[in-house]
Design a protein around this ligand. Structure first.
Ligand SMILES: *Cc1c(COP(=O)(O)O)cnc(C)c1O
Length: 417
């Protein structure tokens, strides 16, 4: 595969780098060595493609959204279906790729951080498949909020460690995972969940996720004989966006990354880092990028209806592509996302994850101004089944409330006897 952005000494312009405790340097050097070795080995890419085909269900389809296209009556709308990957999102592309690297390095244990639990479930799945020991760090508050994912991780054989430090959420889980890595680096690989963190993680995660754009480019040319005019993807850490954008970087295609605006920029309760002046350059969690921080460099609380977009940092590659105006960054509010989701479900019979719905919500703002002969491509990074609690709440579904109440009562009855 051809790489279109190469880091210079681990940096993309002023962003990136590897800010690590001295003790981790040999491990990260080993990771770099093995990664650059496999990157130049066509055999490895074929091995990767094989597992993605036979285990994860790739290539994922490119769906023509005929009904949404009729609804807006402007450009043609196409959807890349990452929701059809095993475990329900693009995260499988990254964890299975890193799993193959772990095998090459001869390590026997993986650790990961997780916020909403999606990356934890994907990592635990990979560990079960590859016969690796697995420990997942998760903030205590997230463990409480994400019971179904915790249940599946444990069924998959992973140890889930609730982190009780600090704000007891994702950033504290990352710190604990780093602490574990320092202690156990001889046997253990840290499976980072997105295109963030110290070099070579942003490059490596983008490398695996670029499969999305490679497939999409081939598929859109087969189906329409032209390249898309705009591509929309949601941005948490940035891995699904970089994955679909990468192969289109040299083309004249507009690339739009959509961040989570939560309750709105003015409220301060959002996770917007690149489409605002609110974030500032800083170093944290091993790398340099734009962070949502206060003037003392303390990380701020973020908010989004989509847990997977609720993050203080962002990929150094995206900061770089934003600074160079190759990617345009926009945002969508919780309210816009809820409305967009209802339209997609009703028109196309698809249930995108709340994360992915941010890409749709912004596309729906721009599509009415587009022309008949133009094409829009939207990355549906994951499926929305996991969001049933949040969505039913947001839509204030009466039936759902009654169902939950009945469940609660059943358990109370069991407790009495
Ligand atoms: C985790 C997640 C995201 C956010 O992560 P990126 O690294 O920005 O892609 C987006 N969509 C879904 C469905 C996710 O699970």
């Amino acid at each position: 595969m051809k790489q279109h952005i190469t880091p210079n000494n681990g940096y993309y312009g002023q962003f990136g780098g590897a800010f690590l405790p001295e003790i981790l340097i040999p491990t990260v050097e080993e990771l770099k060595r093995v990664f650059y070795q496999v990157k130049n080995d066509p055999q490895f890419w074929n091995e990767y493609l094989k597992i993605m085909q036979n285990y994860s269900g790739r290539p994922t389809p490119l769906t023509y959204a005929e009904n949404l296209t009729k609804h807006f009556n402007t450009c043609k709308i196409y959807i890349k279906r990452e929701d059809l990957n095993h475990t329900g999102a693009h995260k499988a592309n990254n964890v299975l790729g890193q799993g193959l690297l772990v095998k090459r390095m001869g390590k026997t244990r993986v650790i990961a951080e997780t916020g909403a639990g999606q990356h934890g479930v994907a990592t635990a799945t990979m560990a079960a498949k590859f016969g690796l020991e697995c420990t997942i760090y998760m903030g205590e508050i997230d463990v409480e909020r994400q019971r179904p994912n915790v249940f599946w991780m444990r069924q998959l054989g992973a140890e889930v460690v609730p982190v009780t430090e600090g704000s007891r959420t994702l950033k504290d889980a990352i710190n604990e995972a780093l602490r574990d890595w320092v202690t156990n680096m001889d046997t253990t690989h840290y499976v980072l969940g997105t295109a963030c963190g110290p070099h070579p993680f942003p490059e490596m995660v983008t490398y695996f996720q670029s499969l999305i754009g490679q497939e999409a480019k081939k598929q859109i040319l087969e189906q329409t004989d032209q390249l898309p005019d705009k591509i929309f993807a949601c941005v948490g850490g940035g891995s699904n966006a970089l994955g679909i954008f990468h192969d289109f970087l040299p083309e004249t295609v507009e690339l739009i990354g959509v961040e989570a605006e939560g309750y709105g920029k003015a409220t301060g309760k959002h996770a917007v880092r690149l489409s605002t002046d609110d974030a500032s350059l800083g170093v944290a969690q091993g790398y340099k990028t734009f962070f949502l921080q206060n003037s003392d460099g303390q990380m701020r609380e973020t908010h989004s209806v989509a847990a997977g977009l609720d993050y203080v940092g962002v990929s150094p590659l995206l900061s770089y592509l934003g600074e160079n105006k190759r990617v345009r960054f926009e945002s969508a509010t919780d309210e816009q996302v809820t409305a967009a989701l209802q339209l997609i479900i009703a028109k196309e019979g698809l249930i995108p994850a709340l994360e992915s719905t941010h890409a749709f919500a912004r596309a729906f703002v721009e599509i009415p101004k587009m022309k008949k002969d133009q094409i829009v491509l939207i990355n549906q990074s994951g499926r929305g089944d996991k969001d049933i609690f949040t969505i039913a709440d947001a839509l204030e579904s009466e039936e759902w409330k009654i169902f939950i109440q009945q469940k609660a009562e059943e358990y109370d009855v069991k407790k009495i006897y």
